[in-house]
Design a protein around this ligand. Sequence first.
Ligand code: SF4
Length: 251
Amino acid sequence: MVEEMIEIYQPTIDEKTRLKIKPNQFKVSGDGVFFSLQGEGQSIGKPAVFLRLHFCNLQCSWCDTRYTWDRSISQFWQEAQDWSIEQAVAKITRFPVRRLIVTGGEPLLQQRNVANLLQQMPDWDVEIETTGTIEPLPELQERVQFNVSPKLENSGNLRVARYRSQALRILNGLPATSFKFVVQSPADFGEIDEVVRDTPLDQSKIIIMPEGSTHEEVRKHGLAVVEEVKSRGWRLMPRLHVELWGAERGV
Ligand code: SF4
């Protein structure tokens, strides 16, 4: 049997330099800003402007935005852009809605800049997609709807990296937070039960979302966990953007 060679991209010196964080500048991924529908969670279906930030503190095996963090692929090095707060405001406010979703990667790695951005947009509804591993700044806690997606063992991340109980407790205490667990099979629910018990999580905030980047995968994983969701009284929700656009980027 011939083993497949995994090609690891070798960045140039210029590309490495471009990845350095600059004061008061966002490091934005190649998707930048785009206008679409919220594809997941409690605001599913709502039109919103998305800001996709670069970098993540986790490495999920099934991640569909690897270009935000995976150093072995060229897009990670070549697509990142530096935007000032003013540039970000100008690009976000071109669209006819007042809902912003800050996503990534892990947007809270750049939360000081996010807080500065939101000061310029006082009349906007704002959501942040996060893994729940970083405690949000107080000014974000007051203002933002956090869509928290705590990662499970099925993500391939070590527990020490993916589980931060203090951050989860803070997020659980905020009224607009929801917790979205990405599942593949009933075997994932033992770990979710543990997180719920240990935090303890408000179970009315729990959403279960089947993993998958195709309609078939999402359906298969969804059907596999229906009974687990029913028996706990939680919610099972689809991935709208996968239904509509599959794995396409920037939509
Ligand atoms: S936390 Fe999100 S962005 Fe980061 S690796 Fe996992 S799926 Fe990808």
